[in-house]
Design a protein around this ligand. Structure first.
Ligand code: ARG
Ligand code: ASP
Length: 767
């Protein structure tokens, strides 16, 4: 009897506690302590030092935060950078004209001189990560209020930063972890000259577009190539024609061996935001109140814009990118809610809470407070989501109004110089916004969403200006407001700020926005923030109590756009009863989805030809098929797009770009059974570059390796680039008698540089 009780307790605890292999976004500097053993047990042949080291070149030196919103990786010793097509989308778009439409037709620079600069874009590497918790939290142990605690932390951060001398383009970012229970510092180096090298046409890079987005089986070649440039000393520098290709500390070799079910995978990148440690009350609110509202708002907007896009080719062009980005999270939230329900996330959270209380009775009080705070915050959170979806996202006229208001506030509060400084950024932004703006479409969205706002929210949140018929209001605003006319607004903002002030103070659209935002701040935002501060503070205690109550469990911090490693395996999954999804797709699947001239599923004739001729070169799989995408059980989120998928040895095998629909709830509740990330197979990328685009000169820069067939030590080369053997000797002469069956030079094989023959032997054994 006792034995069975004990067993039940152990059993139920472990099932609540298990961090599945696959779950977790780990800090690279803690891998040795927390993960190395498990990773090696899963098949990894590297050490934690090979992945993250401050003393020697390691994988982390090849990984760069791309523009601060995606991930990218260096794949040649000349700074060639790989990321997703959707991450480079706006750069590709900005270089496109109707005559040279790189989105539609693709772009390939023939030589470095043809690579295209992108002002504002940067690639940021992590030089070092440090645990600075003791320094940043010093003096906070005995304080009683959060205000006091926060002010000490702010002072400590300022003081700590002041001790560091940072050269240009270097920075230190100090970020809170585990709800401010810990702090880590990231010492970074940013390269601001990043040029576009190549991109496939959208019919490859965005194949399947919104219909296939967040879905498996997938057939998208979602990649683009950039290059980092540096000055003659390999130091970061603003764009200059004199800059040269950056020589990285490490670049990823690329495996030609491909993947199969069960293979170890590691994804290295900058995941944006997850919320794994919330109480059930928060998850319930997301599931029952906030997700449904946001989904419905976007659905209404998308219905209107989609209909107009189908009716009018010009509108289709103007709204393609906006539509895709609004649809992206609309679809994600639907998948997230379905997944939370399907995996009984709420029940699991509640069971966990019960267990936590049994270990620490104090938690009972936290949960009671959460219950109270989450019900108090609910109406404000709903208004907040409505307000920001409508005025900050879906109705462009209101979005323009909000940015214009910030501009005019600068003038009032900080004077003309501040106005001019901000205007310099706002004006180009508005110029590109109005290029793709149609007031008639915007007006319909305005009318529909205002209607919805009034219908679903309490009257006290509705400003006087919104009362009455939404249609009449839309007529009035869109026929009178200067905000509906980009040319007029831009010339006003380029003139004297005083004139803009007086003009806009009588503008129907601007006035509507300012009245609404004042009411929103008074009735919702201030109250939301006050309760949210209490939730944050309680969440810190709750997080700490979870860590203390389960000392045997390994905790990973929520994503916060800092560098992380996640690892898992190539794995299919069961999306529903009786259905099994294989983890690998191939080019035959692209052809099967082909719909001539369709904007989502068209296929380029050259790709069809290569398929028909089975002209896959060295990139085909062992059955002669061309692989396209594969699935893994790596725990990823937004921001991981463009992250490298790396094999057991440290080679690139794929490029992360998405997750499966059933598993998008991984941001709140990772579940090994259905959470999968989607990657483009590296061989498809190479095939497109080489065979489709005839850009073989780019392949020549890369290091292609066969780690499965040749048992070689892949990273930490001692090589200086001239001699390739570790003992310092060079490779000797090359002739075909020296070639091994797998196409490598025998002498060279003993002294591989990063798994690749030395320069001299690069080609002699190829046949
Ligand atoms: N769902 C992926 C991510 O969240 C890809 C989005 C890009 N594609 C698109 N059709 N919007 O970013
Ligand atoms: N597609 C996402 C990104 O752009 C990745 C994801 O959410 O899984 O970062």
């Amino acid at each position: 009897m006792i034995r069975s009780v004990v067993l039940t307790v152990i059993f139920s605890c472990t099932s609540l506690l298990t961090v599945f292999a696959g779950e977790g976004m780990w800090l690279p500097l803690l891998l040795k302590a927390l993960n190395e053993e498990e990773m090696q047990g899963m098949g990894m042949k590297m050490s934690a030092e090979d992945i993250y080291s401050v003393n020697q070149g390691s994988l982390k030196d090849a990984i760069a935060h791309f523009g601060g919103f995606c991930t990218s990786e260096v794949i040649s010793d000349q700074g060639l950078l790989l990321t997703n097509h959707h991450c480079g989308y706006s750069e590709i778009q900005s270089h496109s004209t109707l005559e040279n439409n790189y989105l539609k037709d693709g772009f390939w620079a023939d030589s470095k001189g043809d690579e295209l600069p992108n002002p504002g874009l940067f690639a940021k590497f992590i030089e070092r990560i440090e645990d600075v918790s003791a320094i940043i939290l010093e003096g906070t142990e005995n304080v009683t209020t959060d205000a006091e605690r926060n002010s000490i932390i702010d002072k400590n951060i300022t003081a700590y930063k002041a001790t560091l001398k940072l050269a240009k383009f270097r920075d230190i970012e100090i970020k809170p972890f585990f709800n401010t229970n810990q702090y880590f510092a990231f010492i970074t180096i940013s390269y601001p000259d990043v040029r576009l090298v190549g991109a496939p046409p959208e019919s490859i890079g965005k194949f399947g577009a919104d219909t296939d987005n967040w879905e498996w089986p997938r057939h998208t070649g979602d990649f683009a190539l950039f290059r980092i440039y540096a000055d003659e000393n390999n130091e970061p520098a603003e764009y200059s024609p004199n800059n040269v290709a950056y020589a990285p500390k490490h670049s990823l070799p690329i495996s030609l061996d491909g993947v199969e079910e069960g293979d170890f995978t590691l994804v290295f990148g900058f995941p944006g935001r997850t919320r794994q440690y919330l109480p059930s009350h928060a998850v319930k609110q997301t599931l029952e109140v906030l997700n449904p509202a946001k989904i419905q708002i976007r659905e209404n907007a998308l219905d209107i814009v989609g209909k107009k896009m189908r009716e009018d080719a010009e509108i289709k062009l103007k709204y393609a990118s906006k539509f895709a980005s609004i649809a992206n999270y609309w679809k994600k939230w639907i998948g997230e809610s379905l997944g939370l329900e399907k995996t009984n996330a709420l029940d699991k959270k509640r069971a966990f809470e019960k267990e936590l209380v049994s270990r620490n009775p104090e938690v009972k009080r936290y949960l009671k407070e959460f219950d109270q705070y989450y019900s108090e915050i609910e109406p404000y959170a709903l208004v907040k989501d409505y307000y920001s979806e409508i005025s900050g996202r879906n109705v462009e006229l209101l979005r323009v109004a909000s940015i214009t208001k910030r501009l005019l506030d600068r003038y009032e509060n900080n004077g003309e110089d501040a106005y001019n400084g901000f205007a310099q950024r706002v004006i180009p932004f508005f110029e590109s916004l109005y290029k793709n703006y149609d007031p008639n479409v915007d007006k319909l969205v305005f009318e529909s969403l205002i209607e919805m706002y009034k219908e679903n929210l309490d009257a006290k949140y509705v400003p006087a200006g919104l009362r009455g018929s939404a249609q009449a209001l839309a007529d009035k605003v869109y026929s009178n407001s200067i905000l509906a006319d980009g040319d007029k607004l831009l010339s006003l903002l380029k003139g004297a700020p005083k004139d803009a002030m007086s003009m806009l103070s009588n503008d129907a659209g601007y006035q509507l926005y300012t009245d609404w935002s004042a009411l929103y701040n008074e009735k919702a935002a201030t109250k939301y923030s006050a309760i949210n501060a209490k939730i944050d503070s309680l969440q810190r205690l709750y997080m700490k109590s979870q860590m203390l109550a389960f000392p045997e469990k390994k905790f990973y911090p929520d994503a916060n756009s800092t560098m992380r490693v996640t690892y898992g395996q190539v794995n299919g999954y069961e999306p529903k009863d009786g259905v099994w999804y294989n983890p690998v797709t191939s080019l035959g699947g692209v052809i099967a989805k082909y719909v001539p001239d369709d904007y989502e599923f068209d296929v380029h004739p050259k790709l069809i030809e290569l398929y028909q001729d089975k002209d896959y070169g060295q990139y085909a799989d062992s059955e002669g098929k061309m692989p396209v995408c594969f699935l893994g059980s790596n725990h990823t989120t937004g921001g991981n797009s463009g992250s490298p998928a790396i094999d057991a040895y440290g080679n690139l095998i794929g490029l992360n770009f998405d997750r499966v629909w059933e598993g998008t709830m991984s941001d709140i509740n990772y579940d090994k059974s259905i959470c999968r990330n989607i990657m483009v197979d590296a061989r498809y990328i190479l095939f497109v570059i080489d065979k489709f685009a005839n850009a073989g000169h780019l392949i020549d820069e890369m290091q292609l390796v066969n780690p499965k067939s040749s048992n070689i030590n892949l990273i930490n080369p001692t090589d200086d680039g001239k001699t390739c053997c570790k003992d310092g000797s060079n490779c000797g002469n090359c002739d075909s008698s020296m070639c091994t069956p797998d196409g490598l030079c025998k002498t060279c094989k003993k002294c591989m540089k990063k798994g690749k023959p030395c320069k001299k032997h690069k080609n002699c054994c190829k046949s």
